[in-house]
Design a protein around this ligand. Structure first.
Ligand code: GDP
Ligand code: MG
Length: 441
């Protein structure tokens, strides 16, 4: 989507005279891109009309930057769509806040309720989890494992089959123990069906939640609207969490869900790990959708990684690049996370051909193997310039065996290090010359 919309905007700037015809063609192109990204048909035509009304072409003075104007109009309209201007629920300290999760099976409820509990726990709330999914075998076990990992108290039953009963028991127990955030995980079904909706209303009647949150998988596309509507009617949720935003889905479904239910998105899931969880920010979300990048997010992300750079930078200045330097850099790349996630944050990156075909799993598996290779070396080998491997090939064989890599892969890594070392030598030499020149002045 991002690429298509930025291409449309780009073409407009290239057109020597931006006339009304070119503007209409561009709006058409943007509308198609939005439809492809699973934004609902009616929404798209509403959006297109409202941009047409905002940008009154005939009355524009010639000096106005038309591209900027249109870009801003598209941006503002999309932000308006995902920002319902309704205040989401906030738990209060010193009180029992009961939050119930609803959504289809596989949407990410169980994963996300642990993320949310951890989020509140990290902000000083006493948080806990209740498993009211008695439908799916193994549901309680999954919640238990997540809860234990995050050190969050939990409740569930292996014998009780009525989810409303388990939910009530769990909530009562934790209320007595003065927990402040009590999150109730419920079951889903593969499809919307009356049994599921009945179960949701039974649980709601049993625990009277302060907030119900719908969990929506971002990859469900055009179904998002009808699904969100049906759940809204049955369970009147007050907030939405969108999961799997790290995947290939373009997020148009999320826009449709908000527009259909006038309900705010509060958080987004950005991966399977417990910490892959962010507060929803409408402007940032639309920026990514439009391929306009999110530099603020990127800088924050990189700063939060605490990369090991000092030694390597010092080394390069001295014209050195050891195997350990290579290993640190590989580690830094791993810390950055999936490339698709990073590229969405860099303006223009989403437009680069081939970017979306990049196979994250393959490249991260390769990175991992390279790190294993380094980790099978001795301290002396790591701090070396790699020559000892050339002098003694049995070292290569030993490292290959120790890391489960092939001899060829070890050799490839050594070649890469040699190339980097060659570059460092040149750069370091230049830096020294520069310093000398400066001192002479
Ligand atoms: P539930 O049936 O609604 O409880 O869904 P689960 O919590 O069991 O999640 C279903 C699958 O989606 C699991 O494999 C999760 O690891 C995965 N999942 C959940 N949230 C995310 C997310 O934000 N990103 C990714 N990549 N996977 C997720
Ligand atoms: Mg579940």
């Amino acid at each position: 989507l991002g690429r298509r919309i930025s291409t449309a905007l780009h073409d407009v700037t290239r057109a020597p005279n931006l006339d009304e015809k070119a503007f209409k063609a561009m709006l058409n192109e943007i509308s198609h891109a939005l439809l492809e990204a699973d934004v609902n048909v009616r929404l798209v035509s509403k959006l297109s009309n409202s941009i047409k009304n905002q940008v009154n072409f005939k009355d524009l003075p010639p000096a106005v930057n038309k591209k900027r104007l249109i870009q801003k109009a598209v941006f503002d309209e999309l932000v308006k769509l995902v920002d319902p201007h309704a205040e989401p629920f906030k738990p209060k300290k010193g009180k029992s806040n009961v939050i119930m999760f609803v959504g289809l099976q596989g949407a990410g409820k169980t994963t996300t309720c642990t993320k949310l509990a951890r989020h509140y726990q990290a902000r000083g709330f006493r948080a806990c989890l209740v498993c009211a999914d008695t439908f799916r075998a193994g549901a309680f076990d999954q919640l238990k494992q997540n809860a234990v990992k995050a050190k969050i108290p939990y409740y569930g039953s292996l014998t009780e089959t009525d989810p409303a009963v388990v939910a009530r028991e769990g909530v009562e127990k934790f209320k007595k123990e003065r927990f402040e955030v009590i999150i109730v995980d419920t079951s889903g079904r593969h499809r919307q069906e009356s049994a599921l909706f009945q179960e949701m209303t039974d649980i709601q009647a049993a625990i009277k939640p302060d907030e119900t949150i719908m969990v929506l998988d971002s990859s469900i596309g055009q179904q998002a609207e009808s699904q969100a509507k049906a759940f809204k009617e049955a369970a009147d949720f007050g907030a939405i969490i969108i999961t799997k935003t790290d995947g290939h889905a373009s997020g148009g479904g999320a826009i449709s869900a908000v527009a259909a239910t006038h309900t705010p998105i509060v958080f987004i899931g950005t991966g399977e790990h417990m910490l892959d969880f962010e507060r929803f920010a409408p402007q940032q979300f639309v920026n990514k959708l439009l391929g306009m990048g999110d530099m603020a997010g990127l800088v924050e992300h990189v700063q939060s990684l605490k990369l090991d750079q000092k030694d390597t930078i010092k080394h390069i200045a001295e014209g050195i690049f050891t195997i350990r330097d290579l290993r640190d850099q590989l580690g830094n790349i791993m810390k950055m996370g999936p490339l698709s996630k990073i590229s969405g944050m860099i303006p223009g990156m989403a437009n680069m051909p081939g970017m979306d075909q990049m196979d994250n799993e393959e490249s991260s598996a390769k990175l991992k193997r390279m790190i294993y290779i380094c980790d099978s070396m001795t301290e002396k080998e790591l701090d070396s310039d790699g020559k000892m491997f050339v002098e003694n090939p049995t070292r290569v064989v030993r490292v290959a065996r120790g890391s489960g890599a092939s001899v060829r892969e070890v050799e490839e890594l050594l070649t890469q290090q040699r190339m980097m070392a060659g570059m460092a030598k040149k750069m370091g030499g230049n830096m020294k010359n520069m310093q000398r020149a400066q001192q002479a002045m």
